[in-house]
Each structure stands twice: as C-alpha cells, then as structure tokens.
Design a protein around this ligand. Sequence first.
Ligand code: T5A
Ligand code: NA
Length: 219
Amino acid sequence: QEPAKPVSRGAFIVVEGLDRAGKSTQVKKLCDRLYAEGHNVKAIGFPDRTSPIGKMISSYLKCQTEMDDHAIHLLFTTNRWEKAQWVKDQIAHGYTLICDRYYYSGIVYSAAKRLPSLSLAWARQPEVGLPRPDRVMFLDLDPEAAVKRGGYGDEKYEKREMQERVRALFLGLLGRGGEESSDLFVVDAGVGVEDVAGSIWGEVGKVVNAVEGGKWLEL
Ligand code: T5A
Ligand code: NA
C-alpha cells in the first residue's frame, strides 16, 4: 500500500496517562483529524493484546493469572519489542503513528509497585533501544476525577492508591531530566473532550508538520 503523497517519514506520537484519562478517545479523534488533513496515519496501542505475549498480559490484567512482577514487566516490554521493526517500517514509509501507551507506562506502572528490586532504573533498562517517539502527550488527570468517569473496572491496576503513585511517577519523569522529560508534553485532561483534543492538536499539528517537512532527525 503506497502512501497517498511522498513524504520524508511519518511522525511517531504517543498518548499517555492514567487509566480512564481519555487516551483511546483522544487517539481516535487525533487520527480522524490527521486523516482529514491529508496525512497517512495509523493507530496502534500497548499492550497489544492480540499476540501470544499480549494474551498473557491480558490474562494477568484481568486477574486470571498471577505472575512475578519482574516477569510481567518484561512481558510488557517484549510486547513493544515484537512491534518495534513494524513501527520503524511504517514511519519510514511515511505513516504517522498515534500510539495509545508506550514505554513511559511500562516504566512507571512497574515502578509504582515500589518493590526494592524493581526500581525505575531497573524498569527502564529493557526499554532502551526501542524507537523513540517525536512527542508524548501526557493526559494529566486527578485520580479522583478518573474514578468518577464510570469508575474503574476489575483490571489489576485500577485502584486509587496505585493510580496516585503512577501519576506522581509520570510527573516525576518530567523533573528527572533525560530523554523522557524532554519527550513529555502535559495536557490537562480534566476538561471536556473537545478542549482536550484542541490542546493536543496545538502541539501535535506542529510536530507532524515539522517531521513531514524533513526538519527532524531520522529515527
Ligand atoms: N500497563 C500498560 C503497564 O503496566 N505496563 C505497560 O507497559 C503498559 C503498556 C492496561 C493497563 O496496563 C498497564 C496500564 C493499564 O493499567 P489499557 O488497556 O490501555 O492499559 O487500559 P486503560 O488505560 O485502563 O484504558 P481506559 O480505556 O481505561 O482508559 P483511556 O483510554 O484513557 O480512556 P477512554 O478514552 O477509554 O475513556 C474512559 C471513559 O471516560 C470518558 C469516556 O467516554 C469513557 O467512558 N471520557 C471522558 N469523560 C469526561 N471528559 C473527558 N474529557 C473524557 N474523555 C473520555
Ligand atoms: Na484505553
């Protein structure tokens, strides 16, 4: 399938946030808008529950199987690695990818378990080398507001205390320096769907046009 118009490469945009922050809603809106403006765009997301490893992750999240915390962390990471070449290929062929969660979630959700043997640095290590996004939109929402959005379901991490620690770690990445802090762009996700979409577009529109204009480095 050939892209509709020749471009240098596509952009790689990630949408991150707590459970119920509105990531899936915004990924869809962003894809629709980019498509309407003539961009070649594809949506992806992690965990990708369709692969054999993804099915193991899904079973863990639904509390159907138990697993060691380091083991599940490495499965989440592997679930990204098994898609890494595909991600690079799509971008090289001019497709902009909008990705629902990525290694930022991978690092902070595992570190939020506060195990002495599972530090942020430990969690980060197996993610090193994965394709780095051009921009990460962090949908920031108070966990109290997240609960009110229909409440949490039965999945593993959908608990208030865990979400508080995840949020603190996400915001901590911003102050930590290094790659993650310069990738993250914070969006207030506690307002209406259209207002959140407007904030996201204000940043992503610029990034996508800069990438397609060839002003950004190749991955
Ligand atoms: N995880 C994930 C790890 O531990 N390690 C990893 O490496 C990765 C990748 C599953 C879990 O796995 C963890 C994190 C998670 O705990 P998931 O499948 O992405 O991750 O599941 P969730 O993030 O929980 O998906 P949700 O569907 O709950 O959240 P979304 O996508 O953020 O929210 P969305 O868009 O579905 O909206 C939720 C509800 O809110 C409403 C929507 O209509 C919907 O009802 N809503 C709004 N309401 C008011 N105002 C707005 N602005 C709204 N936007 C949406
Ligand atoms: Na979602």
